[in-house]
Design a protein around this ligand. Structure first.
Ligand SMILES: NC(=O)c1ccc[n+]([C@@H]2O[C@H](COP(=O)([O-])OP(=O)(O)OC[C@H]3O[C@@H](n4cnc5c(N)ncnc54)[C@H](OP(=O)(O)O)[C@@H]3O)[C@@H](O)[C@H]2O)c1
Length: 297
C-alpha cells in the first residue's frame, strides 16, 4: 500500500541501516586484525599527545605524517613513555589516495582502522588578500578536503561493525569569524558543522563522532603559520597539548559531539555563542592581528 504523503512520515523512528551482506563483508575484512586508533599529524603537537593518551588507554595506535624521520622519533618517544609499539605511516593526507595508503599500511601491521583522528591541519595568518593561491589551496586540501574524504571513507565500515568512531580536530576559532586568519577560521567552522551533522545522522548506531575545539595550545603550529607575534600569543594563556589530549580522550569516550578542553575555553566557547558578531569579530581582529598588518602603523 502506498504510504500516505503526510508530514507524519517524518516522525517515524528511522535510521539508515547497513544491509547484512555489507555487515558480513566489513567483519570479514577485519577478521584476524586488531582494532587501531589512526591519528593523522601524530608526529608532534596535539597528535602526539593524543597518541600517548590513547596508548595509555590500552589502544593500539598508528600515527600518520609526512616527515618520516620525525615520525620514527615520535614512535620511539611514545614507545619509551608507554612501553607500547606504535605503527607509523608516511603519508600526505592531502593526496587523493591517502585513505588507501593508510589502510594498506595499517592492514600490513595486522591492524584495522577502528578510530580515525583527523588532526593534521594547516594554518595561515595575515590578511586574506595577502595569502597566495597555493597556500589557500593547501589549506583547503588539508583542513577541508582531506578530512572530508577520510571521514567519508572510514565511516561505512565503522557503521557496519557498529563500533569505532571519528574525532575531527577543529578549533575554538570555529565559533567566530577570524579576521587575519580568515580562511583558517572558516575551515575550522566547516569541520565543526560537518562533524556535528554526521554525528546526528549516525547517532545510536554504535559509532562515536566528535569535534575537538581547543583554544591556543603550546605547539609549533603558531610559528609555522606566521602567527608567532600575533597579539593573542601574548594575552591568551595556552594549554599544554597533554591536557588537551586528556580532555579529548575523556570527551570522546563519553561520546560528546563537541569537546571543548579547559575551563576558560568552555567560558570563551559560551561567550562566543552568546555575544553578537558586532562585538566578537572586532575583538578577534585585534587578537589575531600581527605587527606587520596593523592598519594604523
Ligand atoms: N596549536 C594550536 O593552538 C591549535 C589550536 C586549535 C586547533 N589546532 C588544530 O590542531 C591540529 C594539530 O595542531 P598542532 O598544533 O598539533 O600542529 P603541529 O604541532 O604543527 O603538528 C602538525 C602535525 O600534522 C602533520 N601534518 C601536517 N600536514 C600534514 C599532511 N598534509 N599530511 C599528514 N600529516 C601532516 C605534521 O607532521 P609533518 O609535517 O611531518 O607532516 C605534524 O605531525 C591542527 O588541525 C590545528 O588546526 C591547533
Amino acid at each position: 500500500m502506498e504510504e500516505k504523503r503526510t508530514a507524519w512520515r517524518f516522525f517515524k523512528p528511522w535510521r539508515f541501516s547497513t544491509d547484512e551482506a555489507t555487515v558480513r563483508k566489513a567483519m570479514l575484512n577485519v577478521a584476524g586484525l586488531a582494532p587501531a586508533v589512526v591519528i593523522t599529524g601524530g608526529s608532534r603537537g596535539i597528535g602526539l599527545a593524543l597518541a600517548q593518551r590513547f596508548l595509555e588507554g590500552g589502544h593500539r595506535v598508528v600515527i600518520v605524517a609526512r616527515n618520516a624521520v620525525r615520525l620514527d622519533e615520535a614512535a620511539r618517544e611514545l614507545g619509551a613513555a608507554t612501553g607500547s609499539e606504535v605503527v607509523t605511516v608516511v603519508c600526505d593526507v592531502a593526496e587523493p589516495n591517502a585513505f588507501d595508503v593508510i589502510s594498506a599500511d595499517v592492514k600490513r601491521a595486522g591492524l584495522y582502522l577502528d578510530v580515525l583522528v583527523n588532526n593534521a591541519g594547516f594554518g595561515l595568518a595575515g590578511t586574506y588578500v595577502g595569502h597566495s593561491d597555493v597556500d589557500l589551496s593547501r589549506l583547503l586540501a588539508i583542513n577541508v578536503e582531506a578530512l572530508t574524504r577520510l571521514t567519508r571513507a572510514a565511516l561505512p565500515d565503522m557503521l557496519a561493525r557498529a563500533r569505532g568512531g571519528v574525532m575531527n580536530v577543529a578549533s575554538l576559532g570555529a565559533c567566530v569569524p577570524g579576521p587575519n586568519q580568515a580562511a583558517y577560521y572558516a575551515s575550522k567552522a566547516y569541520v565543526v558543522s560537518l562533524t556535528e551533522a554526521i554525528a546526528s545522522e549516525v547517532s545510536g548506531m554504535g559509532v562515536r563522532v566528535s569535534a575537538l575545539l581547543p583554544g591556543p595550545i603550546d605547539t609549533a603550529f603558531h610559528e609555522e603559520m606566521g602567527a608567532g607575534r600575533s597579539l593573542y600569543r601574548y594575552v591568551l594563556p595556552p594549554m599544554s597539548a597533554k591536557s588537551v589530549a586528556r580532555s579529548a580522550y575523556r570527551g570522546f569516550l563519553f561520546g560528546n559531539r563537541v569537546i571543548v578542553p579547559g575551563l576558560s575555553n568552555s567560558f570563551f566557547f559560551l561567550a562566543l555563542k552568546i555575544l553578537p558578531h558586532a562585538i566578537t569579530v572586532p575583538m578577534m581582529y585585534w587578537l589575531l592581528r600581527r605587527p606587520d598588518n596593523l592598519r594604523d602603523t
